[in-house]
Design a protein. Sequence first.
Length: 568
Amino acid sequence: MNELDGFLPENSHDKHLSVLDKTTFYQYKLSLQSESNITSQILLKDVWKRNKELLNGPAFNHILDSANSLLQNTDTSTMKTWQSSLNKYDAVTAFERLLPPCSQCTAETHHKGLKVFEKTECSCNLGINTKPNEDLDNVSQSSQKSDEGQKLFKPRFGRPRQTKSNQPSTSGNNVTSTSTNVVTSTPANVVASIPTEDVFMKEEEENKAHKANVAKLTFKTAKETLLASNPAARRTLGASRKAQAKFISPMLGAQEKQEQVETEITDERLKHIDPKMIELIESEIIDKGTPISWEDIAGLQLAKSVIQEAVVWPLLRPDIFTGLRRPPKGILLFGPPGTGKTLIGKCVAAQCNATFFSISASSLTSKWIGDGEKMVRALFAVARCHQPAVIFIDEIDSLLTQRSDTEHEATRRIKTEFLVQFDGASTAEEDRILIVGATNRPQELDEAARRRLVKRLYIPLPDVDARKQIITNLLKNEMNELDLRDIGEIAALTDGYSGADMKSLCSEAAMGPIRSVPLSQIVSIDRDKVRPVCVQDFINALQRVKPSVSQDDLGQYVKWNKTYGQGF
Ligand SMILES: Nc1ncnc2c1ncn2[C@@H]1O[C@H](COP(=O)(O)OP(=O)(O)OP(=O)(O)O)[C@@H](O)[C@H]1O
């Protein structure tokens, strides 16, 4: 049974129209009555789609065009066009054209549709097969009861129509033949069957109920939407999950993503590691940035040569660097902030064709609260699968601090796990994993950390030559009119600046030419018309960018270096 059976037409017009396609007819009718609400728009869209071929002719095309554009953009002007189309073109007439050909009437008569039918000009049975229908009898009876004179009632297709009073009773007339599937109405009974206000009220209620029904049909809950797009979720969603059962994310697409990760993990060493952590490490912690070469790092000649000898070559030739020549498993880079410690870590990885894992120790204790320990385990496990690997741990002091009574239990556990993993990585002969710790506060490192990070290299502020090199490198891609002497002068004026400070200074100076462009031209000015960077821009920039490292701090690094560092 059709859901719309409860909304059977109550007069003969509709009865005839309904035999064409009852569902479509009612959907269409409803959408015409309230074209501004969402339900109506959904219906309209459906009707439009389904009737594209069925409804033709210029008048209807016009209505359909505006209906289509209404569905695509519901601005008020489109709405107005839609409404005016409805006023201009009579939907009843349009529907009349859809009546199937009558075997007994002429085509011309038949094209006059319902109007002809009402005037008894067509007295044939229209050749239309209809279901035996009691509704028309009911309507006839109801119209018998009501004799209320002229009534203005709600249009069937949004068009007011007048009814005549004192229409002859239809009882006794051959209104319908219920014994056959043929409608044989006469003009008198057709007019009498026009609904009264009671009928209209009933119809209104039915329409409302219908709309609610349609809304129910078209509305989908989030769960239904998910199940439609991801049937696999049906297995566990809403059901209690066993401890060993696989988690199924309610997020669309997450299921496939999870399965993808799971299928990729084939390495035995990752069997006990949470796939989500592996994915996180692979996406966020493995650094896939541009490779760094030794030339990109200005100055630091001694540190560079020690690192090359102690870790790069051994990682490249593990067969030669065995026994006493075995490389250290961990190195520590310490010094003021912004001096190139991270650059060195990246460079080592690039030079050894190693995978570069970069993680900040503070994020282990804050970002992955409660999971820091697991994260450390996962990190080393993934690194073992990506050998040779360089694990760069920034702010390593926050992980390997000296023990204190105030130390948090979670931090202590992460630290223990790190040391366990570190030792594990250094015992297996074949492992080619290098841990590079970086810190600005080496004095806070505990003894255990110092012992494991065998090579402790001081990464100082860049000297004058290094600063010259940094300026030259940074200006390489900028239009500028600085010569070697200018660069030398700027380098001399920037004593105490770190590499990061030098970068800020150059960026600030590069803004000089832009600031000299009048505001009105900034959007339209040709790139080549912007003047080159000059010495004056640097002099101005020096007023704004100051060194970030204090002399006191420098003194502490030098002292720690003398005690625990390589000593150069
Ligand atoms: N020696 C250097 N040669 C070239 N550029 C440098 C050098 N030192 C620092 N820089 C510049 O400063 C930026 C920051 O450097 P980096 O991140 O390596 O410093 P860091 O010592 O790791 O700092 P932090 O201790 O704050 O983590 C680099 O991207 C680079 O542009």
